[in-house]
Structure formats: structure tokens, C-alpha cells
Design a protein around this ligand. Sequence first.
Ligand code: PMP
Length: 365
Amino acid sequence: MQPKPNIVHLPVYQPGKPVDDVKRELGLSEVIKLASNENPFGSSPKAKEAIAREVDNISIYPDGAAVDLTAALAAIHGVNPDQIIFGAGSDEIILMIARAFLVPGDETIMAESTFPQYKHNAQIENAVIIEVPLKNGTHDLFSMLERVSDKTKVIWVCNPNNPTGTIVTADEIEWFLSKVPQNVLVVLDEAYCEYIENSSFPNGIKLLQKYPNVVTLRTFSKIYGLASLRIGYGVGRPDVIRSINQVREPFNTSRFGQAAALAALQDEEFISFCRHANKEGLAYFNSSFEKLGLEAFPAYGNFIMVDVKRPAQEVFDALLRKGIIVRGGHKLYPTHIRITVGSREQNEKVVAALTAVLQEIAVKV
Ligand code: PMP
């Protein structure tokens, strides 16, 4: 048997170590995982009630078109229902966009370093990957534009960018969109947008009115705290959404996901609590890093990337031994770690542990 030649070199996704394994292996009673940008406050109680109500229906397929959730989001965003598509997380929408739009030899442009699923799915379709280095941890839209050719099919802009946490502003993205040919699809991945109150941050869904070649991705995995239920959505022009829908599996989102998402949307109190706590957490990390003499990229989502001025792997290992899981291993940032904003108590523990670890490990870089 011969798999597709362009997938044989692809790595199999390695999930982070489960908290219980770390506890057992290191003999720790408490482990704090701030590695996957999950919501430290869980999810809305309304979402849990909605799931409980769905339990009696688990033998029945979900609504493949997610009609109720579509209607709710269409009203919130002021778009038509035919402009929305759901995926098993926004991960699956990225997959479907690659599947629907990229054929072997098409060019696709993305930042280096950014969310890895853009490249991963484009590789599966045998597209030509063009990675444009970040500038100061931020998308370099000018250089990305320079790489556009008549073979370019899809451009990916992660805003805020994972892993650096930086944003491109409304003015910057509008400048970019005004120059990109209208036949090139621009995917704006706004997985963390609900955390942001800054008025210079663009809303991709509003940009659609002026730039119909934009698709905006959102997710219920972050501020809504529904990561395990795998539900995210994309908003775009009806014909673009139809193309993505044509490659969608019939029942790609679950009953639980749809019901919980609908309920979570209605719990503004929970969302604003999370947004506020996250803002405080970011401010706390920024001031703590400053005291430690460390520089972090300007963070807008629920995570922050900081230069620990030592090999990231050593700091990662030392933090792990203290029961704290963060994210390191970014190829272009060998001395940076990414930390998800946790609860106040978790953030304080992380800073205390990092302070101790930095003293243990001499500056090597
Ligand atoms: N986009 C970005 C930028 C992300 O960071 C993530 C998750 N880490 C996703 C998309 C995918 O999230 P999900 O599939 O859970 O919606």
C-alpha cells in the first residue's frame, strides 16, 4: 500500500502530556496546565444545562445544518444564514477550506510562525506553501503581499497570531485587503477575538461587506470554554460558504456542541467575566515579566509569549518539574515560551515558579 507521497513525511500530531500522567511520573499532587489556551474558568453553567437536556437525544443524529445555531449567529453578526458554516472546531473549517480551494501546485501564503494547521492541511492538498517570517512577532503584511502571484489561491492571517499573541490592526488589514486580488481567498482566523476590546482590532465579519474574498473563522473553544465539544464556525460570502459546505461531512458537529454553543452565546455575564479576568491576567504577567527583566510580545488573546533568555526547553522542563505545563518548542523562537492566561491563583503560581526557575538556570543565550 502506498499513501499519498506528499503525506509520508508529515508528523503525527503529538498532544501535550495529560495532567494525570505528569502527576504520576513526577510524583506531584498538583499540576497546572497552561499550554493549550483553554478557558481556566470552564464554561457557562447554561451550556452544561443545555448538554444535560440533550442527553436523551444521543441516539438521534444531530441537525447537519445546525439551523438554530446558524439563526442565532446570523442575527448576532448581521449576516444571512447562508453565510455561516460550522466545523468540528475551527480546525475542521481550515481543513475544509484547504480541501475545497487548493489543488496541487496552487500557492498558499501564511506567516512563519503561525497556527500550524494552515500549513498542515495545505501540505495534504499538495499546495505550494509560502511562509513569510513574522516581523517583531507580527504578520508582515507588506512582505506577504509581495509574495502574491497569479498562482495564489488562499492567504491565512491569524489575528491575534498564535503563538505570538500579536495583532494586525484594522487599518493594516484594510490596506492589505485593498491590494490583494479579489480572486484570492483571505482567511482571517479570529479564534481569540472575543477577548479583545481594543478599538484598533478589526472585525473580519464586518470587513466582508467591503472585501467579499474574506472568510472569518471563530470558535467556541476559547472564551466560550467548549474546546472538547469541537465546534467552530466560518462566515463568508454565500458562494464561498457553499463551496466549503460541499466538502463538509454530513454530521460534522454534535448535538452537544450545537446545544452548548447556543446556550453559551446567551451567557454574556460569563463571557464578560472571562474577558475581564483575562485582561487582569495579561496585565499581571506583563508587570511580572518586566520585574524579571523579560520581554514579551504584546498579547491580545488569552496567552502570552515571553522571551526567557534561556533555552526554552530547559525552562519548560524545569517548570514541568514544578508541576507547571507551558508551551515551548517554537522553531523560530528557541528562547520563548507561551503561557496561557489562567485563573489569578494559577498565574501567581506560574510567576513564582518561573522566578525560581530563572534563578536556577543561568543565562545561556
Ligand atoms: N485557530 C487558532 C489560531 C487556534 O489557536 C486554534 C486552537 N488552538 C484553532 C484555530 C482551532 O481551534 P478549534 O479547532 O478548537 O476551534
